[in-house]
Ligand binder design. Sequence first.
Ligand code: SAH
Length: 221
Amino acid sequence: MIDRRLGIQGIGMTSKRTRDRLVQRLKDQGIRSEAVLNQIRNVPRHLFVDEALASRAYEDTALPIGLGQTISQPYVVAIMTEALLDGFEGEKVLEIGTGCGYQTAVLAPLVKQIYTVERIPELLRKTRQRLRDLDIYNVQFRPGDGWEGWPKYGPYDGIIVTAAAPVLPEKLLAQLVSGGRLIIPVGPSGHQDLVKVTKMNDHFEQVSLGLVRFVPLVKGK
Ligand code: SAH
């Protein structure tokens, strides 16, 4: 992945050592997938935040990105990506809550095609350009309400939701193939349970991946 923006290259925040430290921390916390750890090492997270916060880009914390939204914590991106891809044999992933596109960028080289939905058009515009600058082309973007999913390209082999829903969104479950999985934080604002829901032939199986804190999946446009 080529880091084209000059000016913030070559200084401490982007150094290999800083990124290696983050990766080691995620390993210590139980992330096992080499593919995921490599992506966390390679994706230039400092390009997804405001320059004023770039020096903190490789800390394992969520950071504000404006418009009341946040960039997800690297550990949470890693655990969600790992859970989505565990035993994954499909091609198409639907992502709800594009935001700055960090999760999208981590996932993109690991799957064939991503369809991503974001309700704030201004955010989506910037993110589309950012991912293009990073030579990521297997992503289709849609401004809209993630509660509706994106039926046109469904059903999906996997769905990843990076905003918290009070309940499992029925329409997303309906857009999964049999054997498909949904990774989503569920619960009230403040803290939620990150769950993996797998669609079986006639029922759903659900496992918990731990407590997380996300901005809410807003209802409607
Ligand atoms: N994936 C991002 C984090 C996203 S934060 C990352 O990698 O850092 C959650 C995002 O979900 C915000 O951009 C917010 O605008 C969006 N969002 C909230 N409710 C939504 C909805 N109903 N439909 C689509 N996007 C929504």
